[in-house]
Ligand binder design. Structure first.
Ligand code: XMP
Length: 326
């Protein structure tokens, strides 16, 4: 039997009752597989790794060691949320690594988007490897692989996969949600008690804000990006748009434009608002956001975010534009 093939008879998990049955079964299977050994998990705070973490905590408690690497490219409050939920809420064995300086040094002056992605990915593997070497008695590696990852990319998940670890650090895999579709992972996440903000989180690229701070990343623009993104999220939430728009974020380009503040000329950054609706991210449309909502967001960004003098709304569908800017 191919353990990576979803049986035709497997019922779609759509209700809390079905989710509970799945959780009970997985808890049993995980205990059988892991016994009294330790399991390592890279916990990004995304839906899939969070659900896997919660499942494993339920099954084996402190035998799970979660490593959360803050690469400094997280959205505002996201690393704090991971700590709050897993360390404080679920009493997880959580190793938190603030690698912001390390990443920003590596990325300094790097303009090419693909090179940026490679550096962010490679640095993650390096940090994860360092942590894995510090820990003793780890025999398993848990991953948030889901069924589309298996179908679409032979089980290689760009932002979860730590398969780039060296030979002597190859662990047996624990992938409890590998046969589930995203919507099922969410139902299971709710049943495990994870909060809506985490379970319903919109897709967030592995390289995080790194590909939204265009060109060579600088701290000032990264800060403008994080703060403007937080304002956008807050105002979309207030306007009831969070569940209606598939993905939304801000982008800060690497050019300045002229502005005027307190009667003086300034040369500051623009902020671009990007919002899209899509089914599969292959094509996307731009939602018509209420003018008053956009105006409120623009006003707040212009008055609250340092170094920004202009706000734009991106009207480009995919194709020809991609969802992300780089
Ligand atoms: P594009 O920009 O290609 O984005 O229209 C389609 C979807 O993929 C996400 N995306 C990424 N996700 N690593 C990821 O894990 C990446 O490097 C990456 N680039 C884009 C994007 O946010 C959108 O949901």
């Amino acid at each position: 039997m191919d353990l990576n093939k979803r049986p035709d008879t497997m019922e779609r998990i759509t209700t809390p009752t079905l989710a509970k049955a799945f959780i009970d079964e997985q808890v049993k299977l995980i205990r059988e597989q892991v016994k009294d050994k330790k399991v390592l998990l890279a916990l990004s705070g995304g839906v899939d790794s969070s659900v896997v973490a919660a499942l494993l905590i339920k099954a084996i408690g402190k035998q799970l060691v979660c490593v959360h690497v803050n690469h400094g490219l997280m959205r505002k409050g996201e690393s704090e949320q991971v700590i709050e939920i897993f360390q404080k809420g679920l009493d997880a064995n959580l190793v938190y690594i603030d690698a912001t300086d390390r990443y920003l040094e590596k990325l300094a002056g790097v303009e090419d988007p693909e090179t940026k992605r490679k550096i962010i990915g490679a640095e993650f593997i390096r940090i994860f490897e360092e942590e894995a070497r510090k820990l003793e008695g780890i025999e398993f590696l848990a991953q948030g692989t889901i069924y589309p990852d298996i179908i679409e990319s032979d089980g290689v998940k760009a932002h979860h996969n730590v398969g780039g670890l060296p030979e002597d650090l190859q662990f047996e895999l624990v992938e409890p949600v590998r046969l589930l579709y995203k919507d099922e992972v969410r139902v299971v996440g709710y049943e495990l008690g994870l909060p809506k903000a985490m379970v319903d989180r919109q897709p967030f690229p592995g390289p995080g804000l790194g590909v939204r701070c265009l060109g060579a990343i600088t701290r000032d623009r990264l800060n403008a990006l994080r703060e403007s993104d937080a304002i956008l999220r807050e105002e979309f939430d207030k306007a009831g748009l969070t569940d209606k728009v598939w993905q939304f974020f801000t982008v800060v380009p690497d050019f300045r434009s002229t502005g005027v503040r307190n009667g003086k000329r300034v040369f500051d950054w623009p902020v671009i608002i990007r919002a899209v609706n899509t089914v599969d991210a292959m094509s996307a449309t731009v939602p018509e956001i209420d003018w008053a909502v956009l105006k409120k967001i623009a006003d707040r960004i212009l008055s609250e975010v340092k170094g920004v003098c202009r706000v734009l709304y991106d009207l480009s569908p995919k194709a020809p534009a991609t969802i992300e800017w780089e």
